[in-house]
Design a protein around this ligand. Structure first.
Ligand SMILES: O=P(O)(O)OC[C@H]1O[C@H](O)[C@H](O)[C@@H](O)[C@@H]1O
Length: 328
């Protein structure tokens, strides 16, 4: 890291503005000109651009920017339920809520030599949420943009003095691609998956990289912590690295389903692919912690960020996903 990166002022690189619909959004910038946009509506990343200003996440031209409905694109957070496998609304309520900004977030690790701009968002249950999901939780979402333009999402979920609760989760990541027929995913070969198009029946993937020629809606199980999405036409690879997220959702609605979604263009399935770090098959159960527990996170991730989250009243649970764009 050069000297200029060491003096990079992440605060100045984080700008809070109002969206045209009145909801606050945060713009993160890297020293070399990459950027990310995060909306308080859903804690959703709505844009991620590389140093050349190219948008890397897909957002539908028909997207509806009106809370509470989540915007079709970017990275909605599915919590505390993924899909319809529970009593809550599809994908849970987190993506429909207005989150708050933590004005005094724990600082990034001093050992973390990479310049980074970041924002911490918080979600706590409202009275109304407690009626349909009676669990006292605190969800901290840290979105950060590193000097190399990579995007990191770290979720820390705590059980705040409640009874044990379970949840499923996904970073529903809409990647922008040149043409779905030119794309392949590497890292999911030979794995088992649950097929949402066949009543969640379990199948085993073939030995080849995954390519697309019809609707796909699957949850791959026990996946490796690195999965790559290769876009031949754009000569672009998205590398998705994750931790605490054993499953990977792969979704493309294809032609027929696209036509049935009001907030999605008829042909837009060609320009997107959802690949989500997720925890679905075996939901996470969080027990409440003892008061003033001295639990500490032992694992140090390559990008730091963790050392500050040491003392909490319950063991924090982390779900992390990094996405890096590479040219090959
Ligand atoms: O339309 P949404 O509620 O945003 O869900 C969009 C899609 O999300 C996931 O990929 C699910 O596996 C799909 O079954 C669902 O169609």
């Amino acid at each position: 890291m050069g000297h200029s990166a060491a003096v990079w002022d992440y605060r100045a690189a984080t700008e809070i503005t109002k969206d045209w619909n009145g909801v606050d959004k945060i713009v993160l910038r890297s020293p070399r000109g990459a950027s990310a946009r995060v909306s308080l509506h859903g804690g959703q990343v709505t844009s991620w651009r590389n140093e050349q200003g190219e948008e890397l996440l897909f957002t539908s031209s028909k997207a509806i920017f009106k809370p509470p409905k989540a915007v079709r694109g970017g990275i909605p957070i599915c919590f505390p339920q993924f899909g319809n496998c529970g009593s809550l609304e599809q994908h849970g309520f987190a993506r429909n809520k207005i989150w708050t900004i933590d004005e005094n977030p724990p600082p990034l690790s001093p050992n973390d030599s990479h310049a980074k701009s970041f924002i911490d968002l918080l979600l706590k249950p409202s009275e109304e949420d407690l009626k349909c999901w009676p669990h006292s939780f605190e969800f901290r979402l840290r979105v950060s943009l590193a000097a190399d333009g990579s995007l990191a999402l770290i979720s820390r979920i705590r059980n705040v003095n409640g009874k044990p609760f379970s949840f499923s989760f996904a970073y529903h990541t809409y990647l922008s691609v040149s043409d779905i027929s030119e794309v392949r995913i590497e890292g999911l070969e030979t794995l088992d998956y649950l097929d949402n198009l066949c009543q969640k029946e379990r199948f085993t993937e073939q030995g080849d990289a995954i390519t697309f020629e019809s609707e796909v809606d699957r949850v791959y199980l026990s996946t490796p912590n690195v999965v790559a999405v290769l876009d031949h036409e754009r000569k672009r690879t998205y590398v998705i690295r994750k931790d605490g997220l054993p499953d990977v959702v792969v979704w493309n609605p294809w032609e027929k389903k696209s036509k049935s979604m009001v907030d999605f263009g008829d042909d837009e399935y060609k320009q997107m692919l959802c690949v989500d770090g997720a925890v679905i098959e075996k939901p996470v159960t969080l027990k409440p912690g003892k008061a003033k527990s001295t639990y500490s996170e032992k694992k140090t991730m390559p990008n730091g960020c963790l050392e500050e989250f040491l003392l909490f009243t319950s063991p924090p649970f982390y779900l992390k996903q990094w996405v890096v764009k590479k040219i090959f």
